[in-house]
Ligand binder design. Structure first.
Ligand SMILES: N[C@@H](CCC(=O)N[C@@H](CS)C(=O)NCC(=O)O)C(=O)O
Length: 211
């Protein structure tokens, strides 16, 4: 079976799609239409019980969680140098920021985009307000870090975590305080967006905003 990315345009699958193109990994796309609830069909739940994207079937193995897939792809294609050497301070920083994305940014975005999940309709406003605060605080922290230790999250080396972070920055584009509000974050994102594989991902997913 060909490597298959189950995706929906402009979602958490974007970073996996981008890395597959960036690294030249052969794959086919399987689009899921969220409006039709295709992420919750029995067939899809059988491979991803969370009913979310991305799911990447790579060499026959089912992989989920965008940050984990990004790290695995970086490990599989060492010639691209997207993962610092094991056991180095740079590797530790790479883990730190990858988990910052997964532990801090992603749950806060989940709260912003799916605000009824934690406590129902009655608490939607409170959940959105708290998610927004968490995100703005986190983006300030990232901006301070890049200002002091950039140009990339791990310093001089571009790594897979920069791809994950760029996707997460993109999700703020329609929020009250998008990441482009911070000049250092905008400059960083502009550099990442200039990568040909980013442009190609946009083209294949049919995305035109946040160019
Ligand atoms: N932590 C997961 C998050 C995946 C996730 O929340 N995906 C969203 C799209 S951005 C999704 O599939 N939503 C559909 C739904 O929840 O019904 C990852 O990074 O892979």
């Amino acid at each position: 079976m060909a490597n298959t990315l189950y995706y929906s345009p402009s979602t958490a699958s974007l970073v996996v799609h981008w890395l597959l193109i960036e690294l030249g990994v052969p794959h086919v796309l399987h689009a899921l239409d969220f409006d039709k609830g295709e992420q919750r069909t029995a067939e899809y739940l059988a491979i991803n019980p969370q009913g979310r994207v991305p799911t990447l079937v790579l060499d026959g193995q089912v992989l989920t969680e965008s940050a984990a897939i990004a790290m695995h792809l970086a490990d599989l294609y060492p010639q691209a140098n997207l993962a610092p050497t094991l056991g180095t301070p740079e590797r530790a920083a790479y883990y730190r920021w990858m988990l910052f994305c997964a532990y801090t940014l992603m749950p806060a975005y989940r709260g912003w985009f799916y605000p009824d999940e934690p406590a129902g309709e009655a608490q939607v406003e409170a959940v959105m307000a708290s998610s927004r605060l968490t995100l703005e605080h986190a983006w300030q922290q990232v901006a301070n870090h890049l200002q002091a230790e950039g140009p990339y999250l791990v310093g001089a080396q571009l790594t897979a975590v920069d791809f994950v972070l760029t996707m997460l920055m993109r999700w703020s584009r329609n929020m009250p305080k998008p990441t482009d509000t911070w000049p250092v974050l905008k400059a960083y994102a502009d550099g990442m967006k200039a990568r040909p594989a980013f442009q190609e991902t946009y083209r294949r997913e049919g995305i035109i905003d946040w160019q």
